[in-house]
Design a protein around this ligand. Sequence first.
Ligand SMILES: Cc1cc2nc3c(=O)[nH]c(=O)nc-3n(C[C@H](O)[C@H](O)[C@H](O)COP(=O)(O)OP(=O)(O)OC[C@H]3O[C@@H](n4cnc5c(N)ncnc54)[C@H](O)[C@@H]3O)c2cc1C
Length: 408
Amino acid sequence: MRHARSVTVIGGGVVGLSTAYALIRQGHAVRLVEQLSEVGQGASFANGGQLSYRYVAPLADAGVPRQALAWMMRPGAPVSLRLRADRDQWRWLLSFLAACRAGTNRAHAHRLLDIALLAQRVLAAWRAEGLEEFCWRRPGKMIVHRTAATLAHAARGITQPDAQSVLTAAECVAREPALETLRGALAGGIFTEGEEVADCHLFCRALLARLVASPDFTHVRGVATLEAAPDNRCAVRIDGQAGPQTDLIVVAAGLRTRALLRAVGEDIPLYGLKGYSLTLPVRAGGTPDISVTDYDNRVVYARLGERFRIAAMVDIGADDDGASPRRIAQLRRLAQASFPNAGPYDDAEAWAGFRPATPTGLPVVGHTGRANLMVNAGQGALGFTLAPACATLLALLAGGEAAGAPVP
Ligand SMILES: Cc1cc2nc3c(=O)[nH]c(=O)nc-3n(C[C@H](O)[C@H](O)[C@H](O)COP(=O)(O)OP(=O)(O)OC[C@H]3O[C@@H](n4cnc5c(N)ncnc54)[C@H](O)[C@@H]3O)c2cc1C
């Protein structure tokens, strides 16, 4: 049975806003607390723009530790690791290593695929009811491989032969002419129909625009903190002040979720995996229309309206949160070598963000040990893709429904 409730959602990134929207759709009243003056300024700001529903396997897999070691020896590799005297980093890395098994990866990938396919259906429903203007397209995704070995491995891993096809280098170029410059370097690619792209920051703004139109929604600017309250509950303070309390609190504060929960004795294993992006104006004929992933360099490319987004790299234990000039220069070189005519690289906007990642790659969605406290976090590299589904599952749980209940 569903009960309408008042809910405080902490965090105005793609996960918090999606949560607020799913809760409002289910008849709850929502107060969203965001510390910054604008929504979608954290990890949701300039991410890769991929709604990558069928490529959701977690990073933790058999063979990854060995590959990561090889990458660590190579400057400019897609993954870098800097070990720190940081208990959270070590705990996360040890749990990550424990998850690096083929069977664990398969089980988690199945779970993530279910969530991702739900996300695609939920987003379609949200779009049908008027959520728009976030550069959404469904161009399909091409993962290009530079070696026959990785292409053959990927071809063996195809799970949906109806939607996925293995292409030669010439067929890749025929489907996406902007790949012409890579023709000689490619072994081939896998094309997947139905994959989507969109601008996550614009999506956040579109969600907010829909939310503020609801009489059941309030947007509060301030820094939220949690404190313990009687009867195994907790209370929210905003900028240190006690405010009106709601039936339920949902923490969807991205990477900050871990610290917020700790204040009331809850612990989730979140760690920030730093990544980078470049955004440049598109140039007709040079920018790929299809969403492209360069598998060997782990770079994703998406045309978002009149802009071209390039995203890559996982830095574990990064020094700071800035867009490191060294990593940005590496990314620019890689992109320029692949798509030299895509746009004016010198004018590209550089950005860095932290993927709020769990060691297993599975998000944390649901109730906590506190009676009135829920969490929606840890979507890692797939936060934009999974947000509508995680939000919907959380809203069902918040209304007292089982997670397996039919999704509206
Ligand atoms: C380089 C890069 C590329 C990526 N590419 C993709 C992609 O192509 N596809 C995809 O699906 N995902 C991608 N991701 C992942 C995705 O961007 C993240 O998973 C997602 O943005 C996380 O959203 P979030 O709402 O949890 O966190 P955030 O967007 O960080 O939002 C958290 C919000 O909470 C607020 N907040 C924190 N603490 C408080 C507090 N105490 N009080 C009030 N407010 C608070 C913050 O200000 C922030 O606005 C990428 C990430 C990176 C870094």
